[in-house]
Design a protein around this ligand. Structure first.
Ligand code: GZL
Ligand code: ZN
Length: 332
């Protein structure tokens, strides 16, 4: 009897010990369970909708590996419910830090409250949320999308004389919007609209989402070519939709970059190649290489250090000549 009880008691204490060890592991936030001070990050990515996203994912995965950060990574295929589910699973796994790019701006408060209640810091990357409660995340690392839209609009205002390709005195713009409700789509439209207001001959005559994909851009451009007379300019919220529009324009027997001016955002390799060939006229860069800054911020946050609430990524713009120069050494 004694023997059995003793064994049972030992078993319980051992398991309790291992539990508490594991517990202390998770309390110390080293999540990875290895007990050392390495960091475990849960990253909930939007999807794989564009060349930009592919480059963004690579930057995050490569840097995590270089920095010895254990990365749990999910691709939400563009669905918010999948991102929320991924964040919940990271909370369950007691990761040290959660990072994600919110596919749309709204609907995040509940899950971010859960992360806060679990004492897991959250870093927003790339896209923003509309939460009023900024205590729900430590920092937002990403581009200023309104400024990107303003840069696109300013190029058009500065080049208005050449932009009226059909010579009717009006510069008719069709806009290929990003994912409905996504911060880059809302803000790039806002920035562009604000600047073109200064030039009365410029008007957005049609606008529709192409969901940041090449196919979406092609389909919407095909419908615009059917429904709109005298299109002078395409303003696409990303290169991929601009490249889809080029296919539609060429299929309609027109010359992209000449019969229709094209302005896009991102500056990924395929977009820059089209720019260097004159099929796109101007690209506003949106830098996807957020990995290094993200991992630095994660280390500071896990160490309990104060971080800037907003970290804006460095980026520029490209004309055709500048694209020719930049292409050979372009990282993405
Ligand atoms: C912008 C990013 C956008 C890119 C698109 O930071 O969220 O999503 O401009 C991507 O190419 O799909
Ligand atoms: Zn015109």
């Amino acid at each position: 009897m004694l023997k059995k009880t003793a064994i049972a008691a030992t078993a319980i204490s051992l398991s309790a010990l291992s539990l508490s060890a594991c517990g202390s592991d998770s309390d110390s936030g080293s999540g990875s369970g290895s007990g050392d001070d390495s960091i475990t990050m849960g990253f909930a990515q939007v999807g794989a909708e564009s060349g930009w996203r592919t480059a963004n994912t690579k930057s995050i995965q490569d840097t995590a590996e270089q920095e010895g950060i254990e990365l749990k990574f999910t691709d939400a295929q563009g669905k918010q419910e999948n991102q929320i589910q991924a964040i919940r699973s990271y909370i369950q796994q007691k990761v040290d830090v959660i990072a994600f790019s919110p596919v749309v701006e709204t609907g995040w408060d509940a899950v971010l409250q859960e992360a806060k209640a679990a004492n897991i810091p959250v870093i927003l990357t790339d896209r923003a949320v509309d939460s009023e409660d900024t205590s729900l995340y430590e920092t937002f690392l990403g581009s200023d999308f309104v400024l990107e839209g303003e840069k696109a609009g300013q190029w058009l205002v500065d080049n208005a004389a050449d932009a009226d390709t059909n010579g009717d005195g009006a510069i008719n713009v069709v806009q290929l919007e990003g994912t409905t409700g996504a911060a880059p789509a809302l803000d790039r439209a806002e920035g562009f609209a604000t600047v073109i207001e200064t030039e009365p001959t410029i008007e957005v005559v049609a606008t529709q989402t192409g969901d940041f994909t090449r196919d979406g851009g092609k389909q919407v451009m095909e419908s615009f070519l059917q429904s709109e007379d005298g299109i002078d300019v395409v303003y696409a919220h990303n290169d991929d939709m601009g490249l889809g529009a080029i296919e539609a324009i060429e299929a309609a027997g027109m010359t992209p970059g000449e019969d229709v001016k094209i302005i896009t955002v991102d500056a990924v390799k395929d977009g820059m190649t089209a720019l260097s060939e004159g099929k796109i006229n101007f690209i506003v860069e949106c830098n996807p290489l957020l990995g290094p800054q993200l991992m630095d911020l994660a280390k500071q946050v896990v160490a309990g250090e104060e971080v800037e609430p907003r970290v804006v990524t460095e980026e520029t713009t490209f004309t055709q000549e500048q694209a020719k120069e930049a292409l050979p050494t372009r990282e993405y």
